[in-house]
Design a protein around this ligand. Sequence first.
Ligand SMILES: Cc1ncc(COP(=O)(O)O)c(C=O)c1O
Ligand SMILES: N[C@@H](CCCC[NH3+])C(=O)O
Length: 424
Amino acid sequence: MHHFTYSGGSLQCEGVSLDAIADAVGTPCYVYSAATLKRHARVIAEAFEGQDCLIAYSVKANGNLAVLSTLAQEGCGADVVSGGELQRALKAGIPASRIVFSGVGKTAVEMDLALEKGIHQFNVESAGELRLLSKVASVLGRKAPIALRVNPDVAAGGHPNISTGKKGDKFGIPWSEAEALYAEAATLPGIEVVAVDVHIGSQIGDLVPMRAAFEKIVGLTRRLREAGHTISRIDVGGGLGIPYKAGDAPAPPSAYARMIAEVMEGMDVQVILEPGRVIAGNSGVLLTTALYEKPAPDRTFLILDAGMNDLMRPALYDAHHDIVPLKEPAADTVTATYDVVGPICESTDKFAVARELPKVAPGDRLAFMSAGAYGAVLSSAYNARPLVPEVLVTGDRFDIVRRRPSFDEMIELEQVPDWLTQTA
Ligand SMILES: Cc1ncc(COP(=O)(O)O)c(C=O)c1O
Ligand SMILES: N[C@@H](CCCC[NH3+])C(=O)O
């Protein structure tokens, strides 16, 4: 469910016409619906009602401060993977006690910051990280609450580029080494073992692999408890998929919550969830303007003002995003088949191949749907394009929550050494 619908002949986000936003902000730009963000957070919270559970929104999906603040108001915690994400989550009002820190490459500086702030848990991904964390915590006179993120060797079933829980993936502690590392963790002065963590991938629509992974984790937790560890939490990661096009029917949060309740039956743990895409994905769109129609012998290119630098998912994962015109097409609208591309000097700057769309004329505006997760956060300034701005809609109002930098601002970050400009 989302809040982007045609009304009065034009695509609206809640009570605001997307054309009005494009007029004010220009394109390309991202638009997020606060109502959809809240609704998704609530749907998950309601699905888990009655279970002891922390919803730690995965900031990597969309770390815009206004998005985080919206979710903070809904009581979400945060799953962060860098000092930058941690600072954002805190700035947005998410208490440290509701923040978990994931990621394979935490630095000592990041550990220090997270310990100072007093986060809920570190999800540790290697022996080296565990030992360094113990040292950093000891210097501060603290004990770092940790889970080991274990790799259950379960295939998530989605795109291989977003699978994280198979043997050979860089993520997590290999299954066969987990118990030995827990034993070592228990001996380290700066470590307090509190949890087990798993995350097998993203855009997972089928609960079967998740269930298999969680059952393995429950078995591991039982063995760890028998070995004397106090495990009071199980972090099941994120990964729940969303519909990107008509006909997609990923498992809904209600079924996911039921499955987790069944698997966790009798475990007496706090369940930590790290949902990203399922909250942010269908809460956002990317607006763009068609620049040119370029006929080629075997196809027609539709060239947009948005490029792969603004929305990387199609280039990275062959991901599908529905593309819809801002002006509602009439019932008898003629369609045309396009290769939809951006202006970037890369052959992978391609959003769709042979996509049938209502016929588009230069100047027409379009929206990429389902672009709220892994959209703006993955954008870059490649080809010296200003980072794409972001807008948050709340009811009848919209706010620019990240403005488009000017060319001068982009250049200001750079410095040409004096000696280079001095003439002989
Ligand atoms: C450790 C971890 N937690 C949570 C997420 C969020 O995943 P998703 O956006 O699929 O819910 C990811 C991304 O895959 C992740 O790597
Ligand atoms: N960026 C990916 C998801 C990565 C999940 C992070 N581990 C996507 O857009 O589908």
